[in-house]
Design a protein around this ligand. Structure first.
Ligand SMILES: NC(=O)c1ccc[n+]([C@@H]2O[C@H](COP(=O)([O-])OP(=O)(O)OC[C@H]3O[C@@H](n4cnc5c(N)ncnc54)[C@H](OP(=O)(O)O)[C@@H]3O)[C@@H](O)[C@H]2O)c1
Length: 327
């Protein structure tokens, strides 16, 4: 595994991290979930990304992760970097979602109980809810860190016009934002664009690390959908977040073209799509998802070929510039 520093901090993360959004819930195979976590850890993936609502049912990914930790990794806590978040719908009533202090403080306590942990490494505000003042949310993060329930604070999906405010508030309270988490993949390039006001540029200027989520566009940047919708894939499952209508002809065409370039590089499409995100050194890590150990093994091979020549990058851009690909 190779590691990168999170912005202006002394903390390193593996260039590939594992997220537990799908495939780790109570509706999924516990044995497969366990095998993926243990294989990831053995391969040097020490960063595991969770959120209070991951499942389904909501909370069950944290519960399963806690059980795996207890049963297999108990003596390794100091080698692990565990993150969780709050902000999306989690429990009934007006306090069960959003970015209020009320939601964040209760959520953090619940997450720690579910995972059986004394602290998480990063506690994130999962989203800006459009109403809660930034000061209220950021002060809740500061207090969670001060209470020892998280070592660092993070933000996810905050719009560019609010990012700076978050970083300033946290820094002024001596809890600099360690990580900013945004969607980024070949079909969704806005957050990592080479412009002054992309989420990545703002994070980097403010010393925050940057992690990309859904780097394979939930599976669209793999050979999985090239010949229809396979049974049990995310798009086929009722509990999957990838909707059938997102598997468009344009995206399948692009995946075919990109597969050819990947093949010429001696890589699979997912390996090339992950390596492509890591070409920008300001990206600390990409958080992958997986539904099997085989997928994880495939993705781990990414690190064997990270370099791109200008011609390859130009050919990739040429495919990605076609209309109708953006997600
Ligand atoms: N902050 C936020 O709001 C937010 C939002 C979304 C995600 N995240 C984080 O980001 C993590 C990753 O997101 P994601 O799961 O959408 O990531 P992703 O890597 O874009 O998609 C993962 C899916 O792609 C397919 N896949 C992966 N590797 C493959 C391979 N080698 N060959 C064929 N198919 C492959 C699998 O689909 P199948 O399941 O169909 O096999 C897998 O479940 C989440 O777990 C979560 O931690 C954060």
């Amino acid at each position: 595994m190779q590691y990168r520093y999170c912005g202006r901090s002394g903390v390193q993360l593996p260039m590939l991290s594992l997220g537990l959004w799908h495939n780790f819930g109570s509706v999924d195979s516990y044995d497969t979930a366990c095998a993926m976590i243990l294989r990831a850890f053995d391969a040097g993936i020490c960063h595991f990304d969770l959120a209070n609502n991951y499942g389904p049912e909501p909370g069950s990914a944290e519960k399963n992760f806690g059980k795996i930790l207890r049963d297999h990794l108990q003596s390794h806590r100091d080698e692990l970097f565990i993150t969780t978040k709050a902000g999306h719908a989690m429990w009934a009533g007006v306090y069960g979602e959003g970015s209020s202090r009320k939601n964040l403080i209760a959520s953090c306590d619940q997450s720690l109980r579910r995972m059986g942990l004394e602290y998480v490494d990063v506690f994130y505000s999962h989203r800006y809810d459009g109403i809660t003042p930034i000061e209220e949310t950021m002060q809740a993060l500061v207090d969670i860190v001060r209470s020892g329930k998280a070592l660092y604070a993070g933000i996810s999906k905050y719009p560019p016009e609010l990012q700076e405010q978050c970083y300033s508030y946290l820094a002024a309270h001596d809890v600099p934002c360690l990580l900013s988490q945004y969607p980024a993949n070949m079909f969704k390039r806005g957050s990592i664009a080479h412009t002054e006001n992309s989420n990545l540029a703002i994070a980097a200027r403010n010393g925050s690390g940057f992690v990309c989520f859904s780097p394979l566009a939930q599976g669209l940047l793999t050979p999985k959908y090239l010949h229809g919708i396979p049974e049990n894939s995310r798009a086929a499952r009722a509990t999957g977040f990838l909707k059938l209508e997102q598997v468009t002809e344009e995206r399948i065409w692009a995946a075919q073209q990109l597969s050819k370039i990947a093949e010429e590089r001696g890589q699979t499409l997912p390996q090339m799509a992950l390596a492509w995100l890591l070409t920008d050194s300001r990206v600390t890590s990409v958080i992958i998802g997986a539904s099997s150990v085989a997928q994880l093994e495939d993705n781990l091979q990414t690190l064997n070929r990270l370099d791109f020549c200008d011609e390859e990058l130009a050919r990739i851009d040429c495919v990605l510039d076609k209309q109708g690909l953006a997600m």
